[in-house]
Design a protein around this ligand. Structure first.
Ligand SMILES: Nc1ncnc2c1ncn2[C@@H]1O[C@H](COP(=O)(O)OP(=O)(O)OP(=O)(O)O)[C@@H](O)[C@H]1O
Length: 474
């Protein structure tokens, strides 16, 4: 069957709509990185940003998509992929599947002139606002942020920075590990200010973007424009991932002056970072000290209850039906990164809708076991004690005994040192494992071995041999 060129796109669009219906949220997430190039004589040409997207789309959506095309055209479809990291117009940006963005036009009630009789009645007037900064995720709002002990301070400070009451700190420095919600909070501040003070001039940039803007301004002799934008025409400056400025001296200098100018005008500055200010590497001291002028609010790994609440919240947002036991299981299994937690939920939902299996506990277990890397075998205190006894030809009870004989004491100190180094046990923990010794005894034992390690080649040789043995056991 031959199809006129202009109808090809319609066939593809219909097949896409059909496929999307299976799971709109997941579809948008993954097809956001795919572009339709052509469909001719049974060959469907698709362009993708990377192999990761390619594999996911191929494995999860392609059977449905090609089957629908076959139904509409009679072709048995082959797919030709093009990898294109610079892809900018993926199909998910078509209007019907575009992600929801805050609209640049808002309706707000304004009073009408008072008529001769009766009170004024509101009418709606179209107020044009500048669009919000384009890199912001519309879902990153305060309403979608789950608050728990791990992020309470950062959340409250972010609300205050958005003008929502409470003491306002300038700058607000939000720090924490990857995927814990720093960017989410910064976007939420921008959304809130954008909603409540439409006239406010908000600049949201990653530190990388700030750097690039700066370099471009220098190259094109437009530093005046750059400075007007960042120092004068800005009521709220939000800078993500400030650690990116590490070692970039000239950009740091420029940022320093930007900071000073805005701070002097009492314009709110919010900065995020993966480290505390004092731990930022290759960052000018005067900048580090300014970052601590206001409030440094860290975000910790969320506790189990918060993780479970985040899973539930995300499921509700995405229209995924999730039982309590599955939410609890996911919260228990994925501990350190909210992004990973959300990704697993979306993957489960996608697989469930494609295979027709409900997202129950058995399904979640099977999926997580299949996709998580084999757990790294870790050594225990007992393994270290065993290895040390074997190495120094001692009995298994010698290390925990009261024996103060020089050779036994030395082996004990080595074992304590290894527990500290390799397992990061606390001093009291180590003390308990070695015949209930006091933590100060452990501390001095560890320090002693540390000093000998650096000065005595024989001690170093013992340690190296033991390290090797333990690494082989791992
Ligand atoms: N408390 C929370 N409530 C709801 N969603 C959360 C929470 N914390 C994190 N998330 C979600 O987790 C994902 C990762 O968060 P975000 O991108 O803000 O992390 P980040 O700390 O900026 O990480 P990175 O340093 O890697 O940029 C986002 O989708 C975000 O919405």
């Amino acid at each position: 069957m031959t199809i006129p060129k202009h109808d090809v796109r319609e066939v593809f669009d219909r097949a896409i709509e059909h496929t999307r219906r299976l799971s709109p949220a997941t579809f948008d997430q993954w097809f956001g990185g795919v572009q339709f190039d052509d469909l001719t004589d049974g060959v469907l040409s698709l362009r993708v940003q990377n192999e990761f997207v390619l594999e996911w789309v191929r494995d999860n959506f392609l059977p449905t998509l090609t089957e629908k095309i076959r139904e509409l055209t009679g072709w048995s479809v082959q797919v030709a992929w093009t990898l294109d990291p610079a892809l900018v117009t993926p199909i998910a940006q078509r209007s019907e599947v575009a992600p929801v963005r805050p609209r640049p036009i808002a309706l707000r009630p304004v009073p009408t002139p008072v008529p001769a009789s009766g009170p004024p009645s509101p009418r709606l007037e179209v107020v044009r606002r500048p669009p919000p900064p384009d890199e912001m995720n519309p879902k990153h709002t305060f309403a979608n942020f789950v608050v728990g002990p791990s992020n309470q301070l950062a959340h409250a400070a972010a609300i205050a920075a958005a003008g929502g009451g409470g003491r306002r700190y300038n700058p607000l420095f939000i720090c924490g590990g990857t995927g814990l919600g720093k960017t989410h909070l910064v976007h939420a501040i921008a959304h809130r200010v954008y909603e409540e003070r439409p006239e406010a001039r908000i600049i949201y940039v990653s530190a990388e973007r700030f750097t690039n803007d700066f370099i471009t301004a220098i190259q094109h002799h437009r530093m005046d424009d750059f400075r007007t934008k960042y120092r004068q025409s800005c009521d709220l400056l939000l800078v993500d991932d400030i650690q990116f400025l590490a070692g970039r001296e000239q950009t740091q200098e420029e940022f320093f002056h930007t900071f000073n100018a805005l701070h002097a005008l009492d314009r709110q500055i919010v900065v995020t970072s993966d480290k505390y200010p004092q731990n930022l590497e290759r960052m000018e001291e005067r900048l580090v000290s300014r970052f601590s002028w206001g409030l440094v609010a860290d975000i910790q790994v969320p506790e189990l209850e918060t993780r479970v609440a985040i899973v539930r919240n995300k499921a509700a947002q995405e229209g995924i039906v999730l039982s309590d036991d599955v939410a609890l299981y996911l919260g228990q299994m994925i501990r350190s990164n909210v992004r990973e937690l959300e990704g697993t939920l979306i993957r489960l939902a996608a697989k469930s809708s494609l295979t027709g299996r409900p997202v129950d506990l058995a399904f979640a277990r099977a999926e997580i076991t299949a996709t998580s890397p084999p757990r790294a075998q870790t050594i225990s205190v007992e393994d270290i004690q065993r290895a040390v006894c074997h190495h120094f030809h001692l009995r298994s009870t010698d290390l925990t005994s009261k024996d103060r004989h020089k050779s036994v004491a030395f082996a004990r100190h080595v074992a304590m040192y290894l527990c500290k180094q390799r397992l990061k046990c606390s001093f009291p923990e180590i003390g308990r494992a070695f015949g209930n010794r006091d933590h100060t005894t452990v501390m001095s034992a560890v320090r002693k071995i540390e000093a000998q390690r650096d000065s005595d080649p024989q001690v170093r040789a013992h340690l190296e041999a033991l390290e090797k043995k333990l690494a082989a056991d791992e």
